[in-house]
Design a protein around this ligand. Sequence first.
Ligand SMILES: O=c1ccn([C@@H]2O[C@H](COP(=O)(O)O)[C@@H](O)[C@H]2O)c(=O)[nH]1
Length: 267
Amino acid sequence: MDRAELFQRIQQKRSFLCVGLDPDPDRIPASFDGDVLAFNRSIIDATREYAVAYKPNTAFYEALGLDGMRILHATIDYIGRDHLIIADAKRGDIGNTSGYYARFAFETLGADAITVAPYMGEDSVRPFLSYPGKWAIVLAVTSNEGGDDFQHTVQQDTGTALYDKVMRRVMEWGSPDQLMFVCGATRAETFSTLRSIAPDHFFLVPGIGAQGGDLQAVCRFGMNAQCGLLVNSSRGILYAQDPARAARELQQEMQSALENYLPEVSQ
Ligand SMILES: O=c1ccn([C@@H]2O[C@H](COP(=O)(O)O)[C@@H](O)[C@H]2O)c(=O)[nH]1
């Protein structure tokens, strides 16, 4: 799914909701009798009309061993092609190995996008950019407390935070049609800076719901003319009493934000 198509879906659905598919066997309702795939299908059925993207985090499937790979495949097949599918795997290695990570995400799984850690530099990210129509979503400002350890440290040479330097460098490697950035909702105060660094890129925004991020501030400072945001909620939807309702409420908040900040495209 390319950028124009993604924006079209956002306009049609009046939503930029990404539902995180992170099935925790200890939290799946007893009525599913431990059937993770059936649980995922129920969540997809409940949220399909409110979401434009799904983000299975591969950790939850890898932990289930061989069965987990089967469930991940079947989950992606069940989502179909109407939603952007993001494999949240945070990969990145020497180029040869990254090539195989890219092959796994884009060919084996059939995902549209994969999250990538930029720490190993250009040759570790390039292989993810060689698939037309696919996306590398590079970690910029993460939602966890440990993000302070490196990402926000001020660099002597530029006088800016490390994330600023990383984003500008990464933007030299590919276009806004190939690259997005992960920007955590718990760091809402950084969004106007993030947007000034990358005016055209989509941001994948985790951290609302269970992590307490600020959706309104993210929308206010993070939107661009094509919305430019995919806001993720995983546990806040998966383990809600009524997942459809949780997704609908988020979609309604997003619809209001689109009406407020992009009135010309939200008619
Ligand atoms: O900075 C980051 C990057 C990725 N994540 C992932 O997003 C979801 C968030 O789950 P919630 O249950 O909505 O908190 C999860 O898969 C994380 O690994 C993130 O939270 N922050």
